[in-house]
Design a protein around this ligand. Structure first.
Ligand code: ADP
Ligand code: RBF
Ligand code: MG
Length: 168
């Protein structure tokens, strides 16, 4: 009940120094998701292939995570939030890893390689009474990610060789 009445969440999460099991580096070609119109809601999510999703699940629990992301051979690295799991609100039967990048892209990038460094955990996946409540929580996740990534130890990973060296 106390959780239901909670109106604020901590905006800074995780230790000040990136600590195991992080950083977790993953890459994969963006696949078609469930097509529920996340984009129309203003929160498009680039879905990772099953293999990458399963590999990540060996290291961490399902839930919402934050870190850095890069699309294709673009040199830019952007903050991201990722949902890993079954999306209880939609009662998915298949686990998915979907990444929302905090950047406005000129076009879609299905089939393009997405590289992600996961640096921390935000919260468990939840069920909601309405889509508005879900979106509200995602918008808080985005704030949490921005603030949590602003710490020096987290900023370091924005220029990690994983994002600059093609052979990684
Ligand atoms: P799907 O159900 O196919 O995943 P979405 O509505 O979640 O569809 O849209 C995801 C697609 O939108 C991504 O695969 C990508 O090509 C594109 N996209 C555009 N901008 C972003 C962004 N900022 N973050 C993630 N994906 C984005
Ligand atoms: N889906 C859920 O069912 N429960 C959640 O708690 C949840 N949290 C999310 C947090 C983030 C940062 C993102 C990007 C997605 C989340 N989703 C969650 C997945 C969401 O249902 C999915 O992206 C929909 O397609 C949005 O319309
Ligand atoms: Mg998606």
């Amino acid at each position: 009940m106390s959780e239901l009445l909670e109106t604020t969440r901590p905006l800074l999460v995780g230790p000040d120094i990136v600590s195991p099991p992080y950083p977790i580096k993953m890459k994969g070609k963006v696949i078609q998701g469930f097509g529920r119109g996340s984009k129309e809601l203003g929160i498009p999510t680039a879905n990772l292939p099953e293999a990458a999703t399963n590999a990540l699940c060996e290291d961490v629990e399902t839930g919402i995570y934050y870190g850095w992301a890069q699309v294709g051979d673009d040199s830019s690295v952007y903050p991201m939030v990722m949902s890993l799991g079954w999306n209880p609100y939609y009662k998915n039967e298949k686990k998915s890893a979907e990444v929302h990048i905090m950047h406005v892209f000129p076009e879609d990038f299905y089939g393009v390689e997405l590289r992600v460094i996961v640096l921390g955990y935000i919260r468990p996946e939840r069920d909601y009474d309405s889509i508005d409540a879900l979106i509200q929580d995602i918008n808080i996740d985005i704030k949490v990610a921005h603030l949590s990534l602003a710490r020096p130890s987290y900023i370091t990973f924005k220029s990690d060789p994983f994002f600059t060296n093609e052979t990684n």
